[in-house]
Design a binder for this molecule. Structure first.
Ligand code: SAM
Length: 488
């Protein structure tokens, strides 16, 4: 029987654009019944109603955006009303709440304010303003049995803090989200990383977008150092990857860590999974060119999670197909090194969508990044395919002028080889005019501009120092002297 309960969800203000989409994916994956009670979803605090506490705990067991979840006792934007509601709630629900107030239940009250700083004294005053709480247990700041949180939200704009808080809330801590995994899977301590390894937080968010469940078969066709396999395996998926780069697949590429000169012998994607206790989820990684699929038509994946090459820190290449081979150029006993040619983003995304339409299970998801120049963005230009629906699309800014979007597609109908491709990948200027070329042309220009601007700032600073009668120091010679001193 449903026992609807209200909760405060407290989110990290990081990758905010991914929050709603992750929430919706997890709700769908677990089939949760939930009602949103606050409107502005960009706020770090939401009030929601879950069908029951177990439902709420299921959500928290997977969310990366969630910091913590509290059972709501009172919520208002006016202090007197807030206190009245808190009193009423405790009286009305005394039978279920009594256990938290008992003499043997140690407790702690945390005061959390957003967008406004309060001193320790002011925080204590806020706690003292709730002296009507019928608490009987002892305070335990280190390891309390019950943790209550008093929260004030003072808007999102640090330059226009409102006169009164927008939300005042009180609740009991029920669960933390899964943000501890961000540190646990951090690239800093990972056995094998490459230049383009995806950070742990985004990898975990991607696996949530893909709704990876225990026992799923997950594929990354541009696997690199396998970061996306790590997060999928952490959620229980069996993982499989492919990459055109032999050196990368075998972890023999140049080390990415500044302190490392040569790769350790035991670095590998498999070793990464072993490091995180999911070696049993490793299927394999193979050297394969995505533009020439090697996969049996019968193979189907629960999800495809990938970060294709953008051509900035890795090559975008495909194996050249020779239309006509001259009889005298090859013999069976000759070693063959296939030549490669440029793999444009446009054809890569076309191939990716067709591959997903063919090889995803029905309702399976494709989660992939699409880089673009910020000025080009228009939702109409996103790649489409008739067997896939785009269900989520969140942006991450990369540089001043570039960004990438995490696209989540769901397979909605079966692929038919006889049906013509009705989608599109041609409307995107970024795709038709290469992202890479424009990235470097823009970057070159702005680097030059930056150099000139910095030189002007330095010149101006020297003039001002002279005017103040100071002797301008030459930063370079100072550094050189410091370095010399280290060896004396
Ligand atoms: C952005 S990186 C992927 C990084 C990866 N997510 C990780 O965490 O290390 C893109 C990868 O695609 C690979 N690649 C480029 N062209 C390819 C092709 N035609 N087929 C398969 N892989 C390709 C590159 O070698 C590179 O490792």
């Amino acid at each position: 029987m449903a026992n609807w309960r209200k909760f405060i969800l407290w989110f990290a203000q990081e990758h905010v654009d991914f929050r709603v989409q992750e929430f919706e994916s997890l709700v769908k994956m677990f089939g949760l019944q939930v009602r949103l009670l606050t409107e502005q979803t960009m706020k770090p605090f939401w009030v929601v109603e879950f069908r029951d506490t177990d439902t709420a705990l299921q959500y928290a067991s997977r969310s990366i955006s969630l910091r913590a979840m509290f059972e709501l006792y009172a919520h208002s934007n006016k202090l007197p009303e807030f206190h009245q509601r808190l009193r009423n709630h405790i009286t009305a629900n005394w039978n279920t709440l009594v256990e938290y107030f008992r003499v043997e239940s140690s407790f702690k009250i945390v005061v959390e304010t957003y967008n406004k700083h309060f001193s320790q004294r002011e925080k204590v005053e806020k706690i003292e303003s709730m002296d009507y709480l019928p608490i009987e247990g002892p305070v335990n700041l280190k390891n309390p049995q019950v943790e209550w949180w008093y929260i004030e939200f003072w808007g999102l704009n640090p330059t226009a803090v409102p006169a009164e808080p927008e939300d005042i809330m009180f609740g009991r801590l029920v669960a933390y989200g899964q943000r501890h995994l961000i540190k646990e899977l951090s690239l800093k301590q990972r056995k094998f990383i490459g230049n383009t390894s995806m950070d742990a937080q985004l990898s975990l968010l991607m696996a949530n977008q893909a709704m990876v469940r225990k026992g799923d078969l997950v594929f990354d066709p541009f696997v690199g150092s396998g970061s996306l396999l790590v997060s999928a395996a952490k959620w229980g998926g069996y993982v499989l990857g492919a990459d055109i780069d032999y050196m990368m697949v075998h972890a023999r590429c140049r080390p990415s860590r500044i302190t490392q000169k040569v790769r350790e012998k035991d670095e590998s994607i498999r070793a990464n999974l072993k490091q995180y206790g999911c070696a049993d989820r490793y299927m394999d990684v193979v050297v394969a060119d995505f533009s020439n699929p090697v996969w049996d038509p019968r193979i189907s994946f629960d999800s495809i999670i990938t970060d294709p090459p953008y051509g900035i820190r890795e090559a975008m290449e495909k194996v050249e197909k020779k239309i006509s081979l001259k009889a005298n150029t090859r013999s069976d006993n000759m070693v063959h090194y296939p030549s490669t040619s440029h793999y444009s983003l446009q054809s890569l995304y076309g191939d990716l969508l067709v591959f997903a339409a063919k090889h995803l299970k029905l309702a399976g998801r494709l989660v992939c990044w699409l880089p673009f120049h910020s000025e080009d963005y228009d939702p109409k230009m996103l790649p489409q395919h008739q067997n896939l629906i785009l269900i989520a699309n969140s942006e991450q800014q990369l540089t001043g002028k570039t960004a990438r979007r995490l696209l989540t597609y769901e397979k909605c109908s079966e692929y038919s080889p006889t049906e013509p491709f009705l989608g599109s990948t041609t409307q995107l200027p970024t795709l038709s005019q290469d992202f890479r070329d424009r990235y470097f042309n823009n970057a070159l220009e702005s680097r030059k501009e930056r150099r000139v601007r910095k030189a002007e700032v330095r010149k101006q600073a020297q003039v001002e120092m002279n005017a103040r009668g100071k002797i301008p120091s030459d930063g370079r010679s100072k550094k050189r002297d410091l370095n010399k001193a280290r060896f004396v």
